[in-house]
Design a protein around this ligand. Structure first.
Ligand code: IPE
Ligand code: IPE
Ligand code: MG
Length: 261
């Protein structure tokens, strides 16, 4: 994606000693960067605060991550905000998160307008409270024509449910006679996932040190490079983002092939 080099330099001006924009090749920025935003609760608990304060602090990290992605020229940013398993949490925390999603989106919509960001959601939105659903729909409507970065937020998202849904959609088409069984291939499945039309992630970042996928993009992450930092999500910032990109750029991606064949 096109990036404004002046804005980019200014954005990364006050570099700490051990990482700067010069440490990454800005002509090789990953096209799709995805985040498992984890550790909000532990961030708060470590400070003697209620877990909810961690979620509120996490919003600031997400805002900075959106801006950093735009400045770097990332094409697609995706982030895991609420899983199909997160409904197991105490009702109070679930309610707070749903309300936080709605109020945050209303507040942050100007940023999407300003930066030409198109919003997308991954997951089953029908199960969300009406307040949240309505605001999400407004966000989709207001940004539908934007052609800058795509920001895909996974809410009530679970990869297994997503793949089962794709299988169901295909089964229905086959049963209706509009699709033949021999037409069911990788592309046909991909087109029926929530991520249809988006490239697979190049880089997956997970915060809080957990070495698992937690039911996130199981299909789409087949050849994604992974980067895990021990930092909790509220402590993630533009410099940590640069560290992840530097690590990504040091990887040799082979996709099952051989180098220098
Ligand atoms: C991630 O932080 C945010 C959501 C899953 C909504 P957590 O709430 O999972 O925080 P920890 O992992 O318990 O610290
Ligand atoms: C993954 O985090 C889901 C999100 C970040 C939204 P969890 O905190 O729910 O994952 P587990 O329970 O540690 O695997
Ligand atoms: Mg967690």
């Amino acid at each position: 994606m096109l990036r404004d080099e002046t804005k980019l330099r200014a954005y990364f001006a006050d570099a700490p000693d051990d990482i700067s924009l010069d440490d990454v090749d800005i002509t090789r920025i990953p096209s799709h960067v995805s985040f498992i935003m984890d550790g909000n609760g532990r961030w708060a608990q470590a400070r003697g605060l209620d877990r909810s304060r961690g979620h509120v602090a996490g919003v600031d990290s997400l805002r900075e991550t959106v801006t950093t992605s735009v400045r770097l020229g990332v094409d697609v940013l995706s982030a895991y905000a609420f899983s199909t398993e997160n409904w197991k949490r105490p009702q109070r925390e679930v309610n707070l998160l749903m309300h936080l999603f709605a109020t945050t989106l209303v507040k942050e919509l100007p940023l999407f307008h300003q930066e030409n960001v198109r919003l997308k959601f991954l997951g089953d939105l029908d199960a969300l409270p009406k307040e949240t659903r309505d605001v999400f729909q407004r966000g989709l409507d207001e940004t539908a024509s934007y052609d800058g970065m795509t920001f895909a937020l996974a809410v009530n998202y679970g990869s297994r449910a997503e793949i089962a849904r794709a299988a169901r959609l295909i089964a229905e088409e086959v049963a209706a006679g509009t699709m033949r069984p021999e037409d069911v291939d990788v592309e046909a499945v991909s087109q029926r996932l929530y991520t249809a039309g988006l490239p697979d992630p190049d880089l997956l970042v997970r915060t809080s040190g957990e070495l698992r996928l937690s039911n996130y993009l199981l299909w789409q992450l087949a050849y994604t490079e992974m980067y895990v930092t021990d930092l909790y999500w509220p402590d993630f910032n533009r410099w940590e983002y640069l560290r992840a990109i530097r690590a990504f750029q040091g990887r040799g991606r082979r996709y099952g092939g051989v180098v220098n064949a």
